[in-house]
Design a protein around this ligand. Structure first.
Ligand code: IYR
Length: 228
């Protein structure tokens, strides 16, 4: 694929406007929560499509765009996904497959093997990571930085849903091989994240999580930069 170079002039803002916009975006992002209690109210397909298009704007290794979003809307497939996810999760939670340390980390979230939300939310979107590309002659194309690229795409997907007033959950049933089978994806693709998408239930509850303060997520060099 050839990419001719073209001029690019992103908008510039004076410092006050820059900070105002950054603070506004932060407030928007900070208001997002992962949701496990969905409404079954229908959501237009067009909204999901827009979120997938937003995801597709992510930067990617060598611009290989190694993602595929499978959008599931029918009740029967959602039921199959729920059942298969619960089979795996029952082994995790009730069958002792989750190591004690992992169980402890999850305890505050009160998650269980019940994945009813997979059937309640009107859409399931399964993001697959393309481990490698496949040429028409069947030969493989090496992909670079697949995890980083697909992770960024998923972040944009989540942000786009939030911008539309929709909710999701970054669900990673473990293991996820059943998604390859149900979604009929080829061996070149690996299930990455399963997103239930819909409106949060009107009575949805979320754990009152606290985000790490900046002094735990940012360090400056030199340490005494002292600007803020
Ligand atoms: N996949 C399991 C367990 C789980 C793991 C993590 I890490 C979470 O943040 C939440 C749940 C489940 O979906 O229940």
């Amino acid at each position: 694929m050839e990419h001719p170079f073209v001029p690019y002039a992103p908008p510039r803002y004076n410092p006050d406007e820059m900070i105002r916009r950054g603070a506004e975006f932060l407030a928007f992002a900070d208001a997002r929560r992962s949701v496990r209690m969905f409404s079954d109210e229908p959501v237009p397909f067009r909204a999901v499509e827009l979120a997938v298009r937003a995801a597709g704007t992510a930067p990617s290794g060598a611009h290989q765009q190694p993602w595929k979003f499978v959008v599931i809307g029918d009740r029967e497939t959602r039921r199959r996904v729920r059942e298969a996810a619960e089979v795996e999760e029952r082994q995790n939670y009730e069958g002792g497959r989750l190591p004690p340390e992992w169980r402890e980390a999850l305890a505050p979230l009160e998650t269980t093997s019940d994945k009813g939300y997979l059937e309640v939310a009107p859409w399931l979107v399964v993001c697959f990571a393309e481990k490698y590309g496949v040429r028409p002659d069947g030969s493989k194309v090496r992909h670079y930085y697949v995890n980083e690229s697909v992770g960024i795409a998923c972040g944009l997907f989540i942000a786009a849903l939030h911008a539309m007033g929709l909710s999701t959950l970054t669900h990673t049933p473990n293991p996820m091989a059943f998604l390859t089978e149900i979604c009929e994806r080829p061996p070149s693709e690996r299930p990455y994240i399963l997103f239930p998408v819909g409106y949060a239930a009107p009575d949805a509850l979320v754990p009152d999580l606290v985000r790490k303060p900046l002094d735990q997520t940012m360090v400056t060099f030199p340490p005494n930069l002292g600007l803020s």
